[in-house]
Design a protein around this ligand. Sequence first.
Ligand code: UD1
Ligand code: CA
Length: 458
Amino acid sequence: MAAPFTVLIMAAGQGTRMLSDTPKVLHRVAGKSLVAWIADAARAAGAERVVAVVRPGDGVAEGLPDGVEVAEQREGEGTGAAVLAARGAVKSGSVVVLSGDHPLITPEQLEGLLAEHEQHGARATLLTTDQLDPTGYGRIVRDSSGHVDRIVETKYTDGVSAEELAVDEVNLGTYVFDAETLFDALDNVELVKGERYLTGVFPLIRENGGTIAAHMTDDADAALGVNDRADLMAAEEAAQRGIIEGHAKAGVTFLHPGTTSVEAGVTIGRDTTIAAGTVLEGSTVIGERCEIGPHTTARGATIRDGATVIHSFVLEAEVGIDAKVGPFAYLRPGTVIGERVKVGTFVEVKNSDIGAGAKVPHLSYIGDADVGEDSNLGASTITANYDGRKKHRTKLGKSVKTGIHTSLVAPLDVGDRAYTGAGSTIDEDIPDGALGIERGKQKNVEGYADRVEEDSQK
Ligand code: UD1
Ligand code: CA
């Protein structure tokens, strides 16, 4: 067990290279903000406290997981200014400093970093890698005995020697410091182009005889930094690989992982198969033995064991055990599809309860309705739930059978085992076991075809 440590997340940068109105650290990877990924990793590595440095009013504090403390960077620019802004929040002992733009940093990397720090009795230890394209990163310059001497920033390359530019070991903006050493040094770091660089502390620590250790990682995905949208795409790809592999190892089959996207908060049960083009978002929960996709999108959905959802969109709705949905169904918020229900092709359901065993097979809109168990709605049964001002509810009992093209005008109550005639507009309640039918009587016009032909020859 490492000694207790505080984590500081620097999250107050301008993120100018993103060309965005949204602060960089609030951009999302696999549905979770960059800064939330890092806070979660810090927690998982055993941080006693996690403090995020934000700008007043930038909205970053609102994007943080519960329990993360906030320090405001009210003045100064640069990573050094960010750390100084948190001075009051850090006690003595070890402080881990993380960059808000390295979202996929892992708890294992942080543990490795802390272990290296203790092992060397270092004042500062930094995480490095030689597995990334080093462009723009700070380069690690070591002395003749292999110790870290300094970090050369390359965001601007003027004044950087060719020798330094050839170094491919880079600083990942992930450090552990002795807190007092860090703040003493930071006070003395000189500004570069108006910015106080955190990396300016290393030569000062060296001058005072402090050891600087480095922990190298070869996990390039976990090392990735996000400065622009191309980096953000790379992080998304890496996160997807990790998430999908995690589910696969837990017993989920992905038929075409390259076209599938699964956000960080999704749960999937074993023996479920996820087909091509499927997108699972938010806190979607999928049970065991389900078949999802191809081309299904689920957001905030609950899909229970054994359900099939093909080519459909499920938004904050629930699909029951062994239910069959799609192709081309749209399930909207507040919908609960019961066990063994079939919701078929071109069917939209909103804020409705479809009872166990019921069938809504084709071309329907069911809104604000309760459909009883084992009912069967004929093709193109539609609820008229809105009178232009208010929404009303439609209630169908158990084992109701509607004829095709039935319009159900709410508020409406249809009894158990009732029927409706095809093409009826039903706006009066139907008692149990009755047939409700509403349509003009059919009239046949004899000889009509002959008359049309004669007329056209005139
Ligand atoms: C920094 C490092 C560089 C390293 C790289 C790794 C410095 C001077 N350089 O460069 O050695 O290779 O990270 O990604 O530290 N931030 C603030 N307040 C500020 C400025 C930045 O909180 O005033 C935060 C940003 O939100 C970001 C992090 O600090 O999360 C890093 O800032 P950024 O400007 O991206 O630093 P780099 O130029 O990438
Ligand atoms: Ca950066």
